[in-house]
Write a protein that binds this ligand. Structure first.
Ligand code: FE2
Length: 382
């Protein structure tokens, strides 16, 4: 058996409709709660509910709606540093959770934000507060992962943060908070989750601890994601997607990701393409490239999808979610595909991809991404 390491540092994952109410028990014995909110959940009704759960001393900060950059994290750091806190709660999507994870670390590790960045992880001093994450979308799985991705304000690259000290101690999965996500958000964030699951399942660094979790996440998302997209109020589908999203992140925390994330990362850093959309553009084609190397795992995915290949199944899911788009439609005319390919090739995720791509391979995949699949099956491009 190939040597591996499996990370499981979230102490509790609790799932229930209405799980947000468990904050009242978590707040017992703590008297200085600081709450970071996605702007969609930052209105007075939610603040009132949270004061009821956490006490009148709870103070609040709303992060910007877009994917977080260093300015958003600095604003969050300033909020947290205003007063001591013994409970830190973040309620929101991946943007809010990633901003909160890094800002909380900056309180216990004062200094330049860039000093904490590094894809392999940087030692960080722990913060003594209990850290609770409540995801409102099924997507990044940031509530159970030890990493965060933050845009560098005014720059064309993203900073990656990684430390077990950033992992929330408690993740509360509450499908009642997810039902308000519009279909476009459900589709894009959900495709991020299934990309995590598929890439964790097929990465070179996949292992016997991550494989069952990653495959279970693929299977659940394959069935539940279209239901949540087509019926936003379906609480069972929302709950299934939330659990699978957390499973996928627990798997990729140890198994890492792959070429779709490398390409999506370059598209996001260079052209601000939304993360889930970038994965949807890339994954069917990177899967077609990888599939000759996957053996039984590729056949198992194709069988689950009821498709001739895993890539074909993922292309059909993408179409059903309204994400069968062309790369050209999301990039400016001035975009340089060579620069995007070079950016993707620099990602560490390329090294764990099941088939090692050359720069020419990545450039060829980007070329195929310029057109929707529109009912045809993706083919290996190189
Ligand atoms: Fe992702």
């Amino acid at each position: 058996m190939t040597p591996f390491a499996f990370v499981h540092s979230t102490r509790r994952v609790a799932f229930a409709p209405g799980a947000l109410s468990q904050l009242a028990d978590l707040a017992k014995g703590r008297n200085a709660p600081a709450v970071i909110l996605d702007p969609f959940f930052a209105g007075e009704p939610m603040r009132e509910r949270l004061r009821g759960l956490l006490g009148a001393a709870a103070r609040f900060h709303a992060v910007p709606a877009q994917e977080p950059d260093t300015a958003a994290v600095e604003a969050c750091r300033a909020f947290l540093a205003e007063a001591p806190f013994d409970l830190c709660v973040v309620i929101g999507g991946g943007s809010a959770m990633d901003a909160a994870k890094v800002a909380r670390m900056l309180v216990s590790n004062p200094g330049d934000i860039r000093a904490l960045a590094g894809p392999q992880g940087v030692p960080m001093r722990p913060h003594p507060s209990l850290f609770v994450a409540v995801p409102t979308t099924a997507g990044t799985g940031s509530e159970v992962s030890e990493s965060a991705v933050i845009g560098a304000e005014g720059e064309s690259y993203k900073l990656i943060f990684r430390s077990p000290e950033m992992t929330p101690a408690v993740a509360l999965l509450d499908p009642e908070l997810a039902v308000s996500a519009p279909p476009s958000v459900t589709a894009a964030s959900g495709f991020d989750a299934i990309t995590h699951a598929v890439e964790a399942y097929t990465a070179r660094t996949a292992n016997p601890m991550t494989d069952p979790i990653a495959f279970a996440a693929v299977e659940t998302l394959w069935h539940a994601l279209p239901r949540a997209f087509e019926h936003p109020a379906d609480l069972a589908a929302r709950g299934a997607c939330l659990v699978a999203s957390a499973q996928a992140a627990i798997a990729f925390n140890s198994a890492n990701l792959g070429l779709a994330h490398a390409i999506s990362g370059a598209l996001g850093a260079l052209h601000h393409v939304a993360h889930g959309l970038g994965n949807a553009l890339a994954l069917p084609w990177t899967m077609a490239f990888n599939e000759p190397e996957l053996g039984a795992k590729g056949r198992r995915l194709a069988a689950l999808f009821g498709a001739p290949t895993a890539a074909a199944g993922l292309a059909r899911l993408r179409e059903r979610l309204g994400l069968d788009l062309s790369l050209d439609s999301v990039l400016p005319d001035s975009a340089d595909l060579d620069a995007i390919a070079a950016g993707a090739a620099r990602s560490g995720q390329v090294r764990v991809n099941p088939r090692t791509p050359s720069l020419d391979n990545i450039r060829a995949i980007l070329e195929t991404m310029r057109h929707p699949t529109a009912g045809s099956d993706p083919y290996p491009v190189a």
